[in-house]
Each structure stands twice: as structure tokens, then as C-alpha cells.
Design a protein around this ligand. Structure first.
Ligand code: APR
Length: 248
């Protein structure tokens, strides 16, 4: 692991424009559970029954009670961790341009990254299905479920449910960023959900170096990724930044 940390610092020192693709794993150290693997949400709930747009439209109270309420409570309390702060520092050093995130927790922006593409939307904002009034998540009153707007409509989060399209702008900008970068950091994603998991492939095809940070191997490991640093995002990115500081 030591040698790969040093290698990643060297690769980052030499790169012109890095892009990061992040998944739920980078927020695990902010006490937000992942979806798959140890403690994953989808181990308890079937995503097709609770996180599909049809499930929400058929029974918004059920989805709010089982999935959204917990997510809201966890995200309202979450703070950026050293993994998020490491990526923010890479932007401050002029190395990292864009973070493409599958996460909806807004922690990259809170950590200080200024160009964050939210591939699956975000939980920071909700809107009324009827009159489209938008509210920040902290202003949505969940004492009654499902939460309702003054007009009587039901609020939903601005996340992308299964069965919904990835926002066109997010998809287009992500492809752009992935095809232009010369290094992609893939941090904390199981790389099984498309089209997000296509971004490292696009980067690789464009000649970028692809570095994975994850305690587990993924479908990218050994084929798309140049190497995998098997560790947690927080301590790994902190160690890479410490090495990079010595090189810059
Ligand atoms: N540091 C880095 N990676 C970690 C850590 C950690 N501390 N803890 C777990 N991981 C890794 C796991 O090994 C796993 O590969 O993070 C990954 C989490 O995978 P998922 O839970 O599948 O999260 P993600 O890849 O973001 O899921 C993609 O699926 O359900 C949809 O919309 C949801 O955006 C999500 C998408």
C-alpha cells in the first residue's frame, strides 16, 4: 500500500487535469451507510421496491417512511471527512478540476470543491410534485409523512430515483470531463451502476491514468484501473496528500 500511495502522489504531481468519480464509500466515514457491501442499505431494502420512481409515485408515504426519512436524518447531521477534504485540497493545489459524484449528500461542496457534478441529483433540495415549489431539506417538515406543500402537493427530494433519467447536463458534462482528464481518481464506488461506471472507461480510452481507492476490488480493478489502493478513502487520501505536499 505504501508504494502505491507514493505512486499516486507522483502521478498526481505529474498530471495536468485530474477528475474524481466518487460513490457512497467516500461518505461512509461521515456515517452515511453505503448501498452495497457491509452495512449496505440495499441489504435491508430492495431498491426496486423503495428507490424506484414508480414505488414512490404509487406509495410516497411508504418510501418516505422507510427510506427517505432515515436518509434525511443521516444527511442533515453529516460532515465532510478527510476523504472529501483531500479532494478539496487537490482542487486547491490546482490538480483536481471536477468531482463527478453519485452521492446526494452535498459533502463535496461542503468540503470546498467548486465543480461538483451530481450524477444522481441531491438530497439538499426537495420540490412539490404539484406546484414545483422548492425547499431546502432542512425546511421540509417531516412531522407528517408524506411531507406536503401548502398547496397540498407532496414533496420529493431532487435525487434521481431508479427508473429516472440522469440529468442530461450532468451526463454530458461528466462525459466531457472524463474524456479530457489525464488522471481519474475513482473513490468509494462499487462501479456496478451505469452510466456512472462508464466514466472511468471513457477516461481510460482517452489515455488517462485511472486510480481506484476502495477497501474492495471492483469490476474496474485489473481491467480499467491502473491500480487499486485497497484502503479507506479518508486515510488513503490524507496519506497521498502528505506525499504530494513533499513533491510539490
Ligand atoms: N472508503 C472507500 N470506499 C469504501 C469505504 C471507505 N471507507 N467503505 C466502503 N467503501 C466502498 C465499498 O467497498 C463499495 O465498493 O464503497 C463502495 C460503495 O458501493 P455502493 O454502496 O454500491 O455505492 P455506489 O457505488 O455509490 O452506488 C452507486 O447505486 O443505489 C445506487 O444511486 C445509488 O449512487 C448510488 C449508486
Amino acid at each position: 500500500m505504501e508504494a502505491l500511495i507514493k505512486q499516486a502522489a507522483k502521478d498526481l504531481a505529474a498530471c495536468k487535469e485530474a477528475v474524481a468519480l466518487t460513490g457512497a464509500g467516500i461518505s461512509v466515514e461521515s456515517n452515511i451507510p453505503p448501498f452495497r457491501g457491509k452495512g449496505g442499505i440495499w441489504e435491508k431494502f430492495d431498491p426496486m421496491e423503495y428507490a424506484h420512481i414508480d414505488a414512490f409515485m404509487n406509495d410516497p408515504a411508504k418510501v418516505w417512511n422507510t427510506l427517505l426519512k432515515d436518509m434525511k436524518e443521516v444527511m442533515d447531521r453529516a460532515e465532510p471527512n478527510p476523504g472529501h477534504l483531500g479532494l478539496a485540497r487537490l482542487e486547491a493545489l490546482g490538480k483536481l478540476k471536477t468531482v463527478i459524484t453519485q452521492n446526494v449528500d452535498g459533502l463535496h461542496q461542503l468540503a470546498g470543491n467548486t465543480d461538483v457534478i451530481e450524477f444522481h441529483g441531491n438530497f439538499a433540495w426537495h420540490y412539490c410534485l404539484l406546484c414545483k415549489t422548492r425547499l431546502k431539506t432542512g425546511d421540509v417538515d417531516i412531522s407528517r409523512i408524506p411531507p406536503r406543500c401548502a398547496c397540498g402537493g407532496i414533496f420529493r427530494p431532487e435525487v434521481v430515483f431508479f427508473g429516472e433519467m440522469i440529468p442530461t447536463q450532468a451526463l454530458w458534462r461528466s462525459r466531457q470531463a472524463a474524456s479530457k482528464c489525464d488522471l481519474m481518481l475513482v473513490v468509494g464506488t462499487s462501479a456496478v451502476v451505469q452510466p456512472a461506471a462508464l466514466m472511468p472507461v471513457i477516461a481510460k480510452q482517452a489515455g488517462a491514468k485511472v486510480i481506484e481507492i476502495n477497501p474492495e476490488i471492483t469490476p474496474l480493478t485489473g481491467s480499467i484501473s491502473d491500480y487499486l489502493i485497497q484502503g479507506n478513502a479518508g486515510e488513503t487520501l490524507s496519506a497521498i496528500l502528505a506525499e504530494l505536499d513533499a513533491l510539490l
